[in-house]
Design a protein around this ligand. Structure first.
Ligand SMILES: [Zn+2]
Length: 301
């Protein structure tokens, strides 16, 4: 069952409202904050479970991919319901999962970008004129970056210097997509996430994007055997095919940073199939495909 407040326009306000609703129903859900976006919006962080081994799921690095926030909140809601009822799901006991694992969820890393993509940009925005110039249009429905035009998934310290060369060649600047920022973790959103991950040291990180029904796989030096077997399992559970990042997707992304920094598995899930932004009518279909992997991945580590 889809939860009521997940709707066509799952913006930051809707997310916060939904979190209050879920928290009111399930007191065992830990609702915290990762930090604030560049325009001061709270970036929620949720935790399920109290085990030692942890995983992290991250949604909406990219503004127009806000459907990934809704997918993660649906998962949180379903997990809470199953746990409260003491039921098993996909042969996994949510009670055992809760006792032995910790699942951290950052449903919307880029709240400003999501709100731009859903609502557009108002004239009262302090950088309104610059934004219109950057975007080359008043239509922000394809906006991916954060509030000031940095693509968060190019702002990590993985291949950053090489990517700066690519940016110069391809003339990539501040804008709707692809600009990596002045230096790694220059943006409050990525800095907050990296600090949390450095502190918490999860065993596995899954980052949700759209679209393509693919699992981007890159291997670290030591963890490649376990990473590949995990990628294959997640591929089997979702029906998504394993692929290898190419072009600009190779640089500065969270997944590569996580693998390089911790030598632990991390995957980018390109959810759904079609043209971005995916229509909200695809929500149930996408969730159905990834749900099993979200429940089972924590026990694979
Ligand atoms: Zn993306």
């Amino acid at each position: 069952m889809q939860i009521n407040s997940i709707s066509e326009y799952f913006d930051h306000k809707n997310l916060e409202k939904t979190l209050i609703e879920i928290k009111n129903q399930y007191e065992f859900l830990e609702v915290g904050t990762l930090g604030n976006s560049i325009f001061g919006k709270n970036i929620p962080r949720l935790t399920l479970g109290k085990g030692k081994k942890s995983v992290i799921y991250i949604g909406a690095h990219h503004g127009m991919e806000w459907i990934t926030s809704a997918l993660l909140i649906q998962f949180v809601s379903d997990f809470c319901k199953e746990y409260k009822n003491g039921t098993n799901i996909f042969d996994v006991s949510t009670r055992v999962l809760f006792e032995t694992r910790k699942i951290h969820i950052v449903p919307m890393l880029n709240p400003d970008g999501v709100d731009y993509a859903i609502h557009g940009v108002n004239e009262d925005n302090v950088i309104y004129n610059r934004l219109i110039k950057m975007n080359d249009s008043t239509d922000f429905s394809h906006w991916q970056a954060n509030a000031r035009g940095v693509d968060l998934n190019h702002n990590y310290n993985a291949g950053f210097e090489e990517y700066k060369i690519v940016e110069r060649i391809e003339n990539i600047n501040c804008g709707a997509t692809k600009y990596s920022g002045e230096y790694p973790e220059s943006e409050p959103e990525t800095r907050a996430l990296c600090n949390f991950v450095r502190f918490e040291r999860p065993e596995l990180a899954l980052t949700l994007h759209t679209q393509g029904e693919e699992i981007y796989y890159t291997s670290g030096e030591k963890s490649s055997a376990i990473s590949l077997s995990l990628a294959k399992t997640i591929s089997r559970l979702t029906g998504y095919k394993i692929s290898f990042p190419s072009g600009t997707a190779k640089y500065g992304g969270f997944t590569d940073w996580f693998i390089e920094e911790f030598d632990k598995p991390s995957f980018t899930l390109e959810c759904g199939l079609g043209e971005n932004p995916l229509p909200f009518s695809d929500f149930e279909k996408i969730y159905y495909k990834i749900k099993r992997a979200l429940f089972i991945a924590p026990i694979l580590i």
